[in-house]
Design a binder for this molecule. Structure first.
Ligand code: ATP
Ligand code: MG
Length: 416
């Protein structure tokens, strides 16, 4: 018996794919979240017969989501949806967090053929109505391997996605997050991305990538009629097939005055050449910030856990909710290790009124390797755990969609 209590080895009843998965490591093959003790007992008995490594917990859709946010998706997920008023909506973020091989069995309280069809449409393999018995559940398990695996839906191509990354304090890793998110979307999600460093004077992206700084960006942002496709292609650097970078190093002897329509025009022109724009937003340019936030489809607030950072995270979050009410908001904590003056996570979250979606691990070795090679962290050290967290967060930044009958559903993938 291992640390998860009710797991044991009994491989003979496994479908092939599940058996193969079971052989490679201690990954949970089936995870079940069930709200009432009677159904939980049935699920536990069926799981013990069917799966070598399983866990059965008290819970429902919320607990399943929490589990998926922290763990590798299991091959089979059993979710009690009776904790939700709207089971279909509750299942959407769960489906979005699947791996390609996951099959889901939903257990509900409503016997409705339309709900059943909609569940199947969004990717649920089996929908069972309470009360269930062991035989019914085993029957559902045995049908799972005949069904095509639930495919994680792909991010929407061609939508005008703009990801704004901003830091609550200086040096918290904003540029690191922006650069790696852009690189991961371009290289792993295969989207055309433009990475725009709006700190025209002291931005670090050109330096980090060891590229020639963009010339003319300042004039363009002061004189919008200069912005056209020709300007953009001459003012940007292409890295690989899909990533384009605009990052300047303007003189530091004068303030830069962004002409707001110029910024709009630049964003419009960049949308023409890319599926997604990632903006590294400096803390100094308030005018640019409001303009970019208003156009953002996702906003990442990077913060450490100090009191000043909490104050400024609250202000940035409030501004984001005002200017980008529809945008996906992600709060990332970074540079938190080895500090005496951290606010405890729970208190930070309570004061902020938003969860910290991820805490990035400190990886000085990987950061140094990236800096020395002029590459993003994700390219220089793809196996770093910090990169794994960045990858999981980045997967949640582009909206995904699935057609359900006449409906088109758009939602955000959760970190998994
Ligand atoms: N998780 C991490 N582990 C180790 N080093 C990190 C981590 N995150 C960021 N760094 C390093 O911290 C330094 C500052 O990062 P970065 O330039 O991304 O911060 P920033 O918030 O953009 O700073 P600024 O406010 O100056 O724009 C860099 O040297 C970067 O490599
Ligand atoms: Mg920076």
């Amino acid at each position: 018996m291992n640390a998860l209590g009710h797991m044991r080895q009994e491989p003979e009843l496994l479908p092939d794919a599940i058996e193969a998965a079971a052989a490679v490591g201690p990954r949970v093959v089936c995870a079940a979240f069930v709200g009432d003790s009677q159904t939980r007992g049935v699920v536990r008995a069926a799981c013990e017969r069917q799966f070598p490594r399983h866990l059965v917990r008290d819970g429902g859709t919320r607990e399943a989501l929490e589990y998926l946010a922290e763990n590798e998706p299991p091959r089979v997920l059993v979710v009690d949806v009776t904790d939700s008023q709207n089971p279909l909506n509750a299942m959407l973020p769960i489906v979005a967090a699947f791996s390609d091989e996951t099959r889901v069995v939903a257990i509900g309280g409503v016997n409705d053929i339309n709900l059943y069809r909609e569940m199947v449409e969004v990717g649920v393999s089996e929908y069972l109505v309470k009360p269930i018995d062991e035989k019914t559940l085993l029957g559902a398990f045995s049908r799972l391997h005949d069904k095509p695996a639930t495919r994680a839906p792909e991010p929407v191509a061609g939508r005008r996605s703009l990801i704004a990354v901003m830091g609550a304090r200086g040096g918290v890793g904003t540029s690191t997050v922006a650069l790696n998110a852009a690189w991961l979307i371009a290289e792993e999600q295969k989207r055309r991305v433009t990475l725009l460093d709006l700190d025209l004077q002291c931005g670090t992206l050109a330096l980090a990538l060891d590229i020639e700084p963009t010339r003319g960006l300042r004039e363009a942002l002061e004189h919008p009629n200069r912005i056209d496709a020709l300007f953009i292609s001459s003012a940007s650097v292409k890295l690989g097939e899909r990533l384009t970078v605009m990052a300047a190093e303007e003189a530091v002897d004068q303030d830069i005055h962004y002409d707001p329509p110029a910024l709009d025009r630049l964003i419009h022109a960049l949308h023409e050449q890319s599926d997604c724009i990632v903006v590294d937003l400096p803390r100094s340019a308030a005018g640019a910030r409001t303009r970019i936030l208003a156009a953002a489809t996702a906003v990442v607030i990077v913060t450490d856990l100090t009191l000043p950072a909490l104050r400024d995270s609250i202000r940035l979050l409030t501004l984001t909710r005002q200017l980008a009410p529809e945008a996906r908001i992600v709060v990332l904590a970074n540079r938190t290790e080895g500090r005496q003056n951290n606010v405890p996570r729970k208190e930070f979250e309570r004061a902020l009124g938003h969860p910290i979606d991820r805490i990035l691990l400190e990886d000085g070795k990987a950061a140094a390797a990236a800096a020395n090679s002029g590459k993003p962290l994700a390219a220089a050290s793809p196996k770093s755990r910090t990169v794994a967290s960045l990858r999981a967060v980045t997967r949640t930044l582009l909206p995904i969609e699935r057609k359900t009958g006449p409906m088109r559903l758009l939602w955000w993938r959760r970190a998994s």
